[in-house]
Write a protein that binds this ligand. Structure first.
Ligand code: ADP
Ligand code: MG
Length: 685
């Protein structure tokens, strides 16, 4: 049983623990001092007491106050990881998982992967001796399939709960159930801005019957601990007139700050890799053309998918006389704390998922952020001293048009993966599930429809055996999993595993800014008339033949790190497929069967070219939505008559990414229920 320890003792405990496990010992005193200066430190005793006496503790504290890095350590110091138990801390983002785990390992003076480890999809850096484990909320959900009560964990900290990611919401609903079966389990819900009251109401569990009379030692009502931050004042500046190009506006503002303001780092919030790379490029060009205005600037991008080395640069201290400019997605809004930021530039946008159950299209769009996000972003400027935030939108817009809060992801997502995971955990009544925020019934019905047509659910909406259980077992989008499992009968599993691995990463090509022509030419060397999927096979083959050479990648405008990831993910998928009884077999260039396997997974995303369209307009077969082939596809401007796509991104139009040609006759063959003869899909004739 963990002991309650006070601050003094805790310090001693920590020091002895780190001294025994550290090899260098050097620098610990300073880490210890840094830890004690964090706002959460003052609440250490109170916090440990609350955890001891409450099933659920909600911790609210400003970003940078020490929730993520300190709380797991406090718990470990208090004995919650004794006796073979593990402390888990979840994050919505993979990059944050790696970054905080490596920070905590460093503070504790241990090697990452040992006492402190992390797990993200396709990457497990833990060992049997791991006491504190950081993981994505999605990975923890997957662990429940093997261990439904998550018995190895003594405490589960659901961090960044304010983000309301889809996996966080599912997890919260399930953890509430687990708690009833495992009263000794402790939950910690932590967040930067939560409406702590609604979260608290969600976890308010009625005392069980039969326990009346006995005085329960454990309070079932959640405790709420609010950590006072020490944020400094942040001066907000608005633009006077709306800006038309926020990337250009952000770049000009960086140069203006650099010219006029005293030293201090700049954090710029843009929306995604493309935006960010453009801004980095504009600033780098400025540095080349106009040394004076940009000398001393260090420009760094920050988005998921960066290599470890690139991440490290972000966290390393800024050299004297220099000014760091970090250009980030909203990952730096609350998940990561960067030191030394004094100026924030807020574009007012982020990339968000939106799902429309009527059109059955989920896409990633650049959309306005909420007031809550805008405040978080501004707060990043006041960690070290009073700061300034430049909002690239008008005050009038902020006051009158921005929504107060964002919409939980579960209410704007396709629910196919969510439904299959709950089904696999034995939760059949999904509409009646205890959600922190209910998804729409329309989205739920769409998901059930797709899963039924994939053959994953039966007439009673139960997982089919073996297909349904197998699909649930593969940690990928059910459409990709179905494609892999279908490749078994078709005799092309080796090829399809490669395709699945490539679809699991962002892109295998280098970013196209400014080198569009060279990139297009390089793509032509691999392009297949059958579309992107077969093109990926050509690239993969070339990569292997080159001996996995980085020069070869460079010459062909292929992202070397992405290809290494593909090889790694493919290997893991191969093992999973083998475990599920898939026979590994290559079809030796019989591309027809590969295309069929793709169609067997993605038939629901079938589209037909509009006969009289000059612009390459397609319509989705099921819902008649207008879509176009994305310029990054090898089929862009080729416009074959029938295609299936992997995902949609929308900017000015809805664009299909990763497109493959199909024969229309396959649709009824592979999904007879979906594309009925007499139904609205008579256009298949
Ligand atoms: P919270 O979870 O409350 O937002 P964190 O625990 O992530 O806060 O961070 C607490 C403090 O630890 C930060 O203010 C920062 O000073 C320091 N810190 C966190 N991560 C790193 C890192 N990777 N490198 C250097 N310092 C870090
Ligand atoms: Mg945190």
């Amino acid at each position: 049983k963990p002991r309650l320890i006070d601050d003094e003792e805790g310090g001693v405990l920590f020091l002895s623990a780190s001294a025994s496990s550290s090899s260098s010992g050097y620098g610990f005193a300073s880490f210890e001092k840094q830890r004690q200066r964090l706002p959460v430190y003052k609440y250490r005793t109170a916090f440990l007491y609350l955890v001891e006496t409450h099933a659920t503790t909600i911790v609210v504290g400003e970003t940078g106050s020490g929730k993520t890095t300190q709380i797991p350590q406090y718990l470990k110091e208090a004995g919650w990881a004794d006796g073979g138990r593990v402390i888990a801390c979840t994050q919505p983002r993979r990059l944050a998982v790696q970054a905080v785990a490596s920070r905590v390992a460093e503070e504790m003076g241990v090697k990452l992967g040992e006492e402190v480890g992390y797990t993200i999809r396709f990457e497990d850096a833990t060992s049997t001796g791991t006491l504190i484990k950081f993981l994505t909320d999605g990975v923890l959900l997957r662990e429940m399939m093997g261990d439904p009560l998550l018995t190895k964990y003594s405490v589960i900290m659901v961090d960044e709960a304010h983000e309301r990611s889809i996996s966080t919401d599912i997890l919260l609903g399930l953890l509430k159930k687990i708690q009833r079966r495992r009263p000794e389990l402790r939950l910690i819900i932590s967040s930067a801005t939560i409406e702590a009251k609604s979260m608290s109401a969600f976890f308010q569990t009625r005392r069980r019957r039969g326990l009346q009379g006995e005085e329960p030692a454990l309070a079932m009502e959640p405790a709420i601990l609010s950590v006072e931050g020490r944020g400094f004042n942040v001066q907000i500046h608005y633009v006077e007139d709306p800006v038309s190009d926020y990337i250009q506006a952000a770049v000009s503002t960086v140069l203006l700050i650099h010219d006029k303001e005293p030293f201090g780092d700049i954090l710029v919030f843009l929306t995604g890799q493309d935006d960010i790379e453009t801004a980095v490029k504009l600033l780098t060009e400025e540095a080349r053309d106009n040394r004076k205005s940009s000398s001393g600037l260090i420009v760094l991008p920050l988005y998921s998918g960066l290599s470890r080395a690139e991440q490290e640069l972000i966290f390393s201290p800024t050299p004297r006389g220099k000014r760091k400019v970090v250009i980030s997605t909203n990952i730096a809004e609350t998940s990561l704390t960067l030191k030394g930021i004094v100026y924030v530039i807020d574009s007012g946008f982020s990339k968000q998922k939106f799902y429309n159950p009527i059109s059955d299209i989920e896409n990633l769009v650049v959309a306005p952020i909420s007031k809550a996000s805008a405040r978080q972003r501004a707060g990043r400027a006041g960690r070290v001293r009073p700061g300034k935030c430049y909002r690239l939108y008008t005050e009038e817009y902020f006051v009158n048009e921005m929504a107060a809060e964002g919409i939980p992801e579960i209410q704007r997502s396709n629910l196919v993966s969510c439904v299959i995971q709950l089904k696999a955990l034995g939760i059949d009544n999904i509409l009646g599930f205890d959600w922190p925020a209910s998804p729409s019934p329309e989205s739920m019905i769409r998901a059930l429809e797709v899963l039924y047509s994939l053959g994953v659910l039966d007439d009673d909406a139960k997982l089919t055996a073996p297909l349904g259980f197998q699909v649930a077992e593969i940690p990928l989008d059910p459409m990709i999993s179905k494609m892999i499992l279908s490749s078994d009968q078709l005799g092309c599993s080796e090829e399809v595993l490669t395709i699945a691995a490539v679809l699991s990463i962002q892109s295998i090509w280098v970013s196209s800014r400014g080198i569009q022509k060279e990139l297009d030419e390089a793509k032509l060397r691999f392009a297949a008339a059958e579309g992107d999927h077969v093109t990926f096979l050509n690239v993969y083959k070339g990569f292997l033949q080159s001996g996995k050479s980085s020069q070869w990648c460079h010459r062909n405008y292929i992202n070397y790190h992405a290809m290494k990831k593909v090889v790694d993910i493919r290997e893991q998928l191969r093992r999973i497929a083998q475990r599920l009884g898939v026979t590994l077999k290559s079809c030796d260039n019989d591309i027809l069967v590969v295309r069929k396997a793709v169609a067997m997974g993605f038939f629901a995303n079938a589209c037909r070219l509009e006969p009289f369209s000059h612009e390459g307009m397609y319509k989705t077969v099921r819902t008649s939505q207008e879509v176009y082939i994305h310029p990054s596809s090898v089929l862009f401007r080729v416009n074959p008559k029938w295609v299936v796509y992997h995902s949609i991104v929308s900017t000015d139009r809805q664009y299909m990414r990763n497109v493959a040609t199909i024969e229309p006759s396959w649709l009824r063959e592979v999904a007879p229920h979906f594309y009925r003869q007499d139904g609205p899909d008579a256009m298949l004739h």
